[in-house]
Design a protein. Structure first.
Ligand code: AMO
Length: 441
């Protein structure tokens, strides 16, 4: 049997015998000639079968009968003759069918169409993922993750895998998933926060992890999932959160450069987005200043001393784009009252933390900070937040046996991809979305 050629490779394959395999996108069953558009994971190709003139006896053209019976979505393997032909709109080539081998028949009525609602499409996610745009999203994410990993490895970071089953909360008591654990109970990790920090007293220096995180967040926004991939890094010997931001922006530049090089044109064709690779340094604006800018722009943040709401994020992003030409902005120096106990506070002004949120194209993608590594201060801050230091003993021990100053960040992978491609929801970019009312498929 002729070896299978991927559709993408046909353009560089000489005319002659080939075998292609994929699923039926369309069939045009005409009187004299039949066409199939066959798609595989790399693209689509036109297959052609000129009907044999069989007069009153159509069974004498068994291939024609086979093609007429094909349903949309059926997986086929086809042997035939490849021929370059400029007149063919789809890729300037076609394959004249020699034989058709049906591998997996599809029901005649596809359960979803291109204009189905996102919920319906997610019900049939494996069919939805056959769309070329979905294939591209998955490739963009692959390239992005690979580039991040390469950057970390080139810069001597160690990859860690922290447990997702935990005895206590990792971010906050709210939004915690509880699971039965033999005679007791466990919690799903909301973040690798404590254990990536543990790598610092462990003497690892610089670490990263790309792994799931779980939040029992009941909201139905376009940017929240109950399970998401968290891109995390943590490293020692920093002087402030500015050192964390420097790593963060270099990492993102590496990731976006790779995506631009490999998929820039395809992204523009599929999503109409012409994204720019950012340059360092990204603008840095303290939160107090952001509040002022947003207020001057005529928007009242609902809670004056609270976090930015989505509208404020959108507005500061717009302002930064207009005034600094940047798609990214680090909003720095968050109030201690709205940050976790482990964020280090400014010397001389304990009301603000050495922390930041990174906003990209209008929405938060990341939180980072220098961590408090002085155990007495850490205990005080935990108590102030209403936490019981006894429950945190395992974590506090990290800081009792020698630890360097350190910091890091966590970044939501799906949010980055969504905002990069200008898509309306993370549901579009997550392989299988998990939300309050979605556990299947
Ligand atoms: P934070 O809670 O801000 O910080 O989370 C970091 C980033 O993770 C993403 N994210 C989510 N993505 C999808 N669905 C969710 N429910 C969800 N929740 C969070 C966001 C967010 O910016 N430990 C700290 C990070 C650190 O300081 O290192 C943390 O988890 O993109």
């Amino acid at each position: 049997m002729t070896e299978r050629t991927l559709v993408q490779k046909l353009a560089s394959t000489p005319d002659g015998p080939v075998r292609v395999a994929g699923w039926v996108e369309t069939v045009r069953d005409q009187k004299k000639v039949q066409f199939i558009v066959l798609r595989d994971e790399t693209g689509a190709v036109q297959l052609v079968h000129p009907r044999t003139d069989v007069g009153e006896n159509p069974v004498d053209d068994p291939i024609a009968a086979q093609i007429s019976a094909l349903t949309h979505g059926t997986f086929l393997s086809v042997e035939g003759e490849l021929k370059a032909d400029e007149r063919v709109k789809l890729g300037g080539l076609e394959v004249k069918i020699g034989s058709v081998d049906v591998a997996g028949v599809a029901f005649p009525e596809p359960p979803i169409a291109d204009d189905s609602s996102i919920d319906k499409r997610l019900d049939w996610r494996f069919l939805d993922l056959r769309r070329p745009e979905q294939n591209l999203i998955a490739r963009v994410q692959t390239t992005f993750e690979h580039a991040l990993r390469t950057w970390w490895i080139d810069n001597d970071f160690i990859e860690i895998h922290t447990p997702k089953l935990m005895a206590s909360a990792s971010e906050s008591r709210a939004e915690l998933f509880e699971v039965g654990y033999f005679e007791t109970k466990a919690y799903l990790a909301q973040s690798p926060q404590f254990f990536k920090q543990m790598a610092q007293p462990a003497g690892f220096g610089k670490v990263f992890e790309i792994a799931p995180a779980f939040r029992a967040d009941p909201s139905f926004t376009s940017r929240h999932a109950t399970e998401f991939i968290s891109v995390d890094s943590e490293f020692s010997w920093i002087d402030s959160h500015d050192d964390v931001m420097k790593v963060h922006e270099q990492l993102l530049i590496a990731g976006l450069t790779a995506v631009k090089e490999k998929h820039g044109e395809a992204i523009t064709a599929a999503f109409g987005v012409e994204f720019e690779v950012p340059t360092a340094p990204f603008p840095r604006i303290p939160l107090a200043e952001v509040r002022r800018i947003v207020a001057e722009g005529g928007y009242e943040i609902p809670r004056a001393d609270g976090d930015l709401d989505p509208e404020a994020e959108r507005r500061i992003s717009e302002w930064v784009k207009a005034n600094h030409g940047s798609d990214f902005v680090f909003v720095t120096d968050y109030d201690s009252s709205i940050r976790p106990f482990y964020h280090q506070r400014h010397e001389g002004d304990g009301s603000i933390t050495k922390s930041y949120d990174l906003i990209y194209n209008g929405a938060e993608i990341s939180t980072g900070a220098q961590r408090e590594h002085r155990v007495d201060v850490l205990i005080e801050q935990a108590k102030e937040k209403g936490l019981d230091p006894e429950e945190l003993e395992f974590y506090l021990d990290f800081f009792r046996h020698g630890v360097p100053p350190h910091g890091g960040f966590g970044m939501g992978l799906a949010r980055v991809i969504m905002l990069l491609l200008g898509l309306p929801s993370i549901r579009e970019v997550i392989y299988l979305f998990r939300g309050p009312n979605r556990l299947e498929p």
